[in-house]
Design a protein around this ligand. Structure first.
Ligand SMILES: Cc1cc2nc3c(=O)[nH]c(=O)nc-3n(C[C@H](O)[C@H](O)[C@H](O)COP(=O)(O)OP(=O)(O)OC[C@H]3O[C@@H](n4cnc5c(N)ncnc54)[C@H](O)[C@@H]3O)c2cc1C
Length: 206
């Protein structure tokens, strides 16, 4: 891989602190293991994500998306290609009545706190699960009898041709800790969840 060429292409739309060369993956996984990835990028919006995909495609470079690395094991040899991390760098939420829209990198526990703060019930199960809402929606994370499939209404994804697509929950083929997005051919950018109005103290107790 021609690092200089790739770095220059990415610097056209990313700031230097959004591109890390030879980044040790052990700094990005809960188990603190994993050798270096050739290039890690930290995009902050859909345009940057699409531009990264295009550069990788044009240069025939494999890429992999990650959230907070709480469900990842990386080999000591590391990863050849590009890792796109969607975590604190891709982190925002909007609440409209009983609907919460979260960018993929928001932590699941922050999303649960936002739900509580708005007296919305349904995300109580998520409070103790580490990782991002994007990783959770892809893994159908769950606990205490609840899981992401119970609350996801629709998601926004980007495909490998950099097209933004909305997918309704019934298109995601949710099953136990599984969904169609684990195929690796789409990156989840935003999750829209439908919750129920509830009582703040009841939700907090759960
Ligand atoms: C201490 C501990 C406790 C845990 N407890 C639970 C639990 O109770 N219940 C449970 O279900 N899980 C649990 N997990 C597993 C893990 O926290 C969840 O699977 C979590 O949802 C993963 O999120 P992440 O952001 O860390 O994803 P990562 O580990 O970064 O990635 C996991 C997978 O999701 C994919 N992915 C991540 N983000 C995206 C995206 N935006 N678009 C497309 N693909 C993406 C990655 O490619 C990878 O295949 C636990 C893990 C730990 C370490």
């Amino acid at each position: 891989m021609n690092f200089t060429k790739i770095y220059k292409s990415m610097r056209a739309f990313l700031h230097e602190n959004q591109i890390k060369i030879n980044e040790p993956m052990e700094n990005h996984t809960s188990f603190r293991i994993g050798g270096p990835v050739d290039i890690m990028v930290l995009p902050t919006n859909p345009n940057e994500v699409c531009s990264v995909i295009k550069v990788c495609k044009q240069n025939n470079i494999p890429f992999f998306v990650m959230g907070n690395g709480t469900n990842l094991l990386v080999k000591d040899e590391g990863i050849r290609g590009v890792v796109m991390k969607l975590a604190q760098n891709y982190n925002d939420a909007e609440v409209d009545e009983n609907i919460i829209k979260c960018k993929a990198g928001m932590s699941l526990s922050t999303a649960a706190k936002i739900a509580l703060g708005n007296s919305l019930s349904g995300l109580e199960f998520a409070n103790g699960i580490p990782g991002t809402i994007g990783g959770a929606a892809v893994m159908n994370a769950g606990a205490y009898g609840g899981e992401m499939a119970d609350v996801v209404k629709k998601v926004t994804v980007v495909d490998l041709n950099a097209n933004l697509i909305e997918m309704q929950k019934n298109e995601l083929d949710y099953d136990y800790r599984r969904c169609i997005l684990q195929n690796g051919d789409r990156i989840l950018l935003e999750v829209e969840m439908e919750l129920l109005s509830g009582d703040y103290e009841d939700i907090k107790r759960k």
